[in-house]
Design a protein around this ligand. Structure first.
Ligand code: ZN
Length: 181
């Protein structure tokens, strides 16, 4: 759970980062930025801010803004009915992103969130800088982490069904609760 104040502060910070990255967004879009804590109540460490630009029955375009040193938890996009699962391309606009996929362990630059070794199994490290992009096949485990300056990325994909994404960390709930304080 996050508080309404936390949600608004993260939205504001994400909107500023997105605009500084040269992506023009309306105030209504800035207000629609989804602040996701994955049910872990530890937003600054594990979370992501998501602006959805396009969401149809077939495709999805999102801007992901990550706060300094924030980590998006390990997850994968499972098959749904006759759809093999979301195919996703991530393109970095600003910041350096450490991206991790299943494969040979080359973990070196990033860090594992304290006490969460079992929740981050994919350790093949890909260092991504502005202009770099990669395409993830459906079902492939991945997680990523921003550096001190935070990061802004595009996510282009087939239809996103975020609520059906699966996570390595059993404590994760994809829908973020916003509490009243
Ligand atoms: Zn993903």
């Amino acid at each position: 759970m996050i508080t309404r104040e936390q949600q608004q502060a993260a939205q504001k910070q994400a909107a500023e980062m997105i605009r500084q990255a040269g992506i023009t967004i309306t105030d209504a879009e800035a207000d629609s930025i989804e602040v996701v804590d994955f049910g872990l109540s530890n937003l600054e460490k594990e979370g992501v801010q998501v602006l959805t630009l396009v969401q149809t029955e077939r495709i999805s375009v999102k801007v992901l803004a990550m706060l300094p040193n924030q980590t998006e938890p390990e997850h994968w996009h499972p098959p749904v009915d006759d759809d093999p699962g979301k195919e996703e391309t991530i393109r970095v606009i600003t910041g350096t992103v450490y991206f991790y996929v299943a494969g040979e362990d080359t973990f070196e630059e990033g860090f594992i969130v304290e006490g969460k070794d079992d929740c981050y199994i994919a350790r093949k490290e890909i260092v991504m800088r502005p202009g770099d992009q990669l395409t993830l096949a459906p079902g492939k485990k991945h997680w990523f982490q921003a550096r001190e300056e935070g990061a802004v990325m595009y996510s282009f994909s087939t239809i996103a069904r975020d609520a059906l994404d699966q996570f390595t960390d059993p404590d994760i709930v994809r829908i973020t609760k916003v509490g009243v304080e």
